[in-house]
Design a protein around this ligand. Structure first.
Ligand code: ZN
Length: 379
């Protein structure tokens, strides 16, 4: 597993590429804007953070009159945000002119365990569980004007899926979590099959950001069990908005010879408390949302080359410490009609395709029905 420093390097690269990937600009931009970048450099010496109206005022009143209207500034800021030169949040109008300063602020959170005075309250929660309390954040950010701009920094970090807001006083920073998962957590739960997003590289940054996006964008919360949050180093269980289904997101390092083509996976599995039953329309909708988020995240990741493929585990079992069963790609599944023989596992077994695919694949259900109809017609 990667250490925090390597994660940081990935993160720095991906902040810029994430913004670039959202770019809708061609190369034709007003010539005057080329001067703006150096103006931003000068302005950031005194002010790291700007609100839109103040920046507009100072640019309109400048000698060069680089910017003449609100719309023009909005377009220019969007352009420079997408180039990774600045950070601009159009809804709040908040602008961070110095990206390096922003990265340094995040470094304080994830690396400062080395120099920090361990007696700080709440430090252990951050270092062991990734839980960042407001009072600790104030301590970590007491230098370099970070505290003064806490609201802006936190908002931009949320926007870039670097941390998840659990409450006004508490954030979750997944890359700091060192807890290990125990499968006993899912005793007495009904589970779905495991939908797998398959990668050629270890997608740790993607996994962390997916967890954060589920909390920030899909209104999920860490599942609380025995008064503890079910968030671990490689597994996260989140309560969905309907308070009925729970989503497990896990990252797996599949060393077996059978997975040579796609040695790493991010996997999702839904669980509910017995005797409740999983609603397959819900899982299908959720799977689509997650696919959208992952597509955005992988496009933004420099080392991912924007690609992953999808597959399913062959066995219907609660997510364990070691991956149970083997992964079949969607293509392999589709080559078969109603069942497939899995000779990848220790014991050869038959996989009933419907039992695996019904949670995620509406097309499959349609195909299955067509097959039944055909079969009946033959009879
Ligand atoms: Zn198998």
């Amino acid at each position: 597993m990667k250490n925090n420093h390597e994660n940081m390097e990935d993160l720095k690269k991906s902040i810029t590429s994430m913004m670039k990937s959202q770019s809708h600009w061609g190369e034709d931009v007003p010539i005057l804007w080329t001067k703006l970048e150096s103006v931003f450099k000068k302005l950031q010496i005194d002010n790291k953070v700007f609100v839109f109206s103040d920046l507009l005022r100072s640019l309109v009143n400048s000698v060069d009159s680089i910017i003449e209207s609100k719309e023009e500034l909005n377009n220019a800021l969007t352009f420079f945000h997408e180039r990774g030169v600045i950070l601009f949040h159009s809804e709040t109008g908040n602008i961070i002119l110095d990206v390096q300063w922003f990265v340094d602020a995040f470094k304080c959170i994830i690396l400062d365990g080395i120099h920090i005075d361990m007696k700080y309250r709440r430090f252990e929660e951050l270092n062991e569980y990734g839980l960042l309390y407001n009072e600790l954040l104030d301590k970590l950010w007491q230098s370099d004007n970070f505290s003064q701009h806490k609201g802006s920094l936190v908002n931009h970090m949320k926007q870039l899926h670097m941390l998840a807001e659990l409450s006004e006083e508490l954030w979750y920073v997944p890359c700091m979590n060192k807890q290990s998962y125990s499968r006993n957590i899912l005793t007495n739960c009904n589970v779905s099959s495991r939908f797998c997003y398959l990668f050629e590289f270890l997608p740790f940054v993607i996994y962390h950001r997916l967890v954060v996006a589920c909390i920030n964008n899909l209104e999920m919360k860490p599942w609380i069990r025995e008064s503890k949050k079910c968030i671990f180093h490689t597994v996260t269980i989140l309560s969905c908005k309907d308070s009925y289904h729970r989503l497990l997101v896990g990252i797996c390092d599949n060393k077996e010879i059978t997975h040579r083509q796609f040695p790493y996976s991010i996997e999702i599995q839904i669980n509910v408390t017995k005797p409740r039953i999983i609603d397959t329309e819900f899982t299908l909708r959720l799977q689509r949302r997650i696919l959208e988020i992952l597509s955005d995240l992988t496009q933004a990741c420099t080392s991912c080359e924007g690609s992953f493929t999808v597959g399913y585990r062959c066995r219907l079992k609660p997510f364990g410490k070691k991956p149970e069963g083997h992964i079949f790609t969607q293509e392999e599944m589709e080559r078969n009609k109603s069942e497939l023989e899995c000779s990848k596992c220790d014991t050869v077994h038959l996989v009933n395709l419907r039992s695996i695919l019904k949670f995620w694949e509406v097309i499959f259900v349609a195909k299955y029905l067509i097959n039944i109809i055909k079969y009946k017609m033959i009879i």
